[in-house]
Design a protein around this ligand. Structure first.
Ligand code: FAD
Ligand code: NAP
Length: 509
């Protein structure tokens, strides 16, 4: 919902016409882009029909507003009149109508949990539900409530101690294979937020600290015993009587997907050209943040555009492709590199392109379903990428070639329109020269007549030519990323060619 492109675009087959997860986007009428919606919300027009009043809505009242011309929807206890928004919804009116007169929280979370509806629909707010809706508001769970975890004894716990200069918070995760990617810590002013990922669940320590601390913090992880230490430096060497005041989500252990996205402001350090329309953005995390984006996972960037919060996903890459990533600047955990195509009519990417070095942008916690173990058990790895669908392949390629010894072949089949669109072509060709397991195949859909390489779009015949098991029984993993129709077609062709669902991973939001 709500990340609507300008009406002149997108092309009928582009990603922008098909929402992630295979939901078809419908063509929007002229004048119904996200920008048009933002303008309407700023026009001062009464979009709720309540002349600015907020009311308490009963379930019976909500149920009455179930028609297109009078449609109210409840999300996390707040009721919105979405009738004025109907024509602006990229998923179409019918999708919105599925929750007409009802609690749409679950439906919303399945489809676009990351969209900031509070900001987008603020002028449509009718009021709060008088009776609590079925879905619990995010982060409002009572202390130590266990959702999604199989047994209470698996709930992590914490303790703390102090020296003259340090505060150490110890989290016992009760999870054996803890690693730096499963720990996300932020300390802004006196507010500490430490999140521990345990499979599909999330444990949170969230406090308003008793006293001020210095900007930099340290995180130590005892991987084998699952102990995490967050070490804060006191600003003043005084004795703390308590750690701090618990905030509302403190000490909760809930499903990851029920945890709201958390953002921190990152500084734009550099912007480098990759191709004619794609740039490598380097962002610096605050010193008071510990965050590692796992391979194949994405983050959300948030910008205020014309007074409205707009959020889009991007997949961090490495600063360059090489089998030697020992230099500290690459793995320091402080920088996030994003390779982003700037679309001439793109709402978000145009705003990104206008950022100056030194400006700040909000970056969320990582999300994604890819697990490195999928590669660790494979003998043949095939990466099918189209355009910026190359981005999740960057870290994956590096991981596969540097850390997975059982892999016999690693093949990237990279679809682009023209030669000028190929991202990091030289680096990929260099990599193929230095590692004989790696091969790259460029396929162009709109080549010039000088192109002597492969031509075409993703098809059964192209895939049967390039995706082959190195041995009859070899274990294969095929990863696909690009415009949604590209990914969907790829999966269909691969299944026809005899590959199973378990052998295919698709990157989506
Ligand atoms: P919008 O305003 O939404 O869009 C549309 C305009 O952009 C159109 O008018 C058209 O001009 C142009 N446009 C958009 N798509 C196409 C297309 N396929 N072909 C031609 N024109 C098009 N993008 C990256 O660049 N790097 C990433 O690392 C990255 N990671 C992503 C990770 C995930 C999980 C997902 C789902 C998407 C990712 N994207 C990435 C895409 C990104 O989230 C935005 O969709 C993209 O940047 C366009 O945003 P926008 O607001 O500028 O464009
Ligand atoms: P692009 O340049 O428009 O297209 C790249 C190649 O894919 C071209 O050869 C193009 O052929 C082909 N293609 C485009 N649409 C197709 C379709 N419907 N069926 C078959 N082939 C198609 O791509 P882009 O602008 O870089 O866009 C990349 C896409 O990847 C975006 O949609 C982005 O959201 C997505 N992405 C997703 C993730 C993720 O989910 N993790 C990460 C990064 C990017 P044509 O000549 O026919 O256009």
């Amino acid at each position: 919902m709500l990340n609507v492109p300008p009406q002149a675009f997108p092309a009928p087959s582009s990603q922008q016409r098909v929402a992630v997860g295979g939901r078809a986007k419908v063509p929007l009428k002229p004048g119904r882009s996200l920008m048009d919606w933002i303008r309407l919300t700023k026009s001062g027009k009464d979009l709720t029909g309540l002349k600015g009043r907020l009311i308490e809505v009963t379930e019976d009242e909500l149920a009455k507003h179930n028609k297109k011309e009078d449609c109210w929807i409840c999300i996390r206890g707040f009721v919105y009149n979405v009738t004025p928004y109907m024509e602006y919804h990229p998923g179409g009116e019918d999708e919105l109508m599925k929750a007409a007169g009802a609690d749409g929280t679950d439906l919303f979370d399945q489809v676009h949990r990351w969209v900031n509806y509070e900001s987008m629909l603020k002028e449509c707010l009718v009021g709060r539900m008088a009776v609590k809706p079925i879905a619990a508001p995010k982060g409002m769970l009572p202390e130590k409530k266990v959702l999604g975890a199989s047994a209470k004894d698996l709930t992590p716990s914490y303790d703390w101690f102090q020296t003259d200069s340090l505060i150490t918070i110890v989290i016992y995760t009760k999870q054996k294979d803890m690693n730096a990617e499963l720990v996300i810590v932020d300390c802004q002013d006196k507010r500490l937020r430490g999140e521990i990922i345990v499979d599909n669940d999330s444990y949170l320590v969230e406090l308003d600290l008793d006293h001020a601390v210095q900007e930099d913090l340290a995180v130590n992880i005892a991987e084998k015993v699952g102990k995490v230490e967050i070490i804060l430096k006191k600003k003043d060497n005084i004795h703390w009587k308590m750690l701090g005041e618990p905030l509302e989500s403190h000490s909760t252990f809930i499903k990851r997907t029920d945890r709201g996205l958390f953002y921190r402001k990152c500084k734009l350090i550099s912007k480098t050209e990759v191709t004619h329309d794609t740039k490598l953005f380097c962002l610096m995390l605050p010193k008071s943040t510990h965050l590692r984006v796992p391979t194949g996972h994405h983050v959300y960037l948030k910008q205020i555009i014309a007074g409205t919060e707009v959020v889009k996903p991007y997949t961090p890459v490495l600063p360059f492709l090489s089998l030697d990533f020992k230099e500290p600047s690459c793995h320091d955990g402080i920088h996030i590199y994003l390779m982003i195509k700037i679309y001439s009519c793109g709402l978000f990417t145009q705003a990104l392109d206008h950022l100056h070095i030194g400006d700040y942008i909000s970056v969320s916690n990582p999300e994604g379903s890819f697990k490195k173990s999928q590669v660790q058990t494979s003998e043949d790895l095939f990466l099918l990428a189209a355009g910026t669908g190359f981005t999740p392949m960057v870290k994956l390629l590096n991981f596969a070639l540097t850390e997975v010894s059982c892999l016999r072949t690693v093949k990237l089949i990279f679809f682009n329109k023209t030669e000028d669109d190929i991202l990091w072509r030289n680096q990929l060709e260099q990599l193929a020269l230095v590692d004989e397991r790696f091969e790259v195949q460029f396929i162009l859909s709109q080549p010039t007549k000088d192109w002597v390489g492969k031509q075409g779009k993703i098809s059964s015949s192209l895939l049967s030519e390039f995706v082959k098991r190195s041995r009859k029984e070899s274990k294969v993993l095929i990863c696909i990323c690009g415009p949604t129709p590209f990914t969907e077609q790829g999966v269909q062709y691969l299944k026809v060619l005899g590959y199973s669902q378990e052998e295919i991973h698709t990157f989506t939001a």
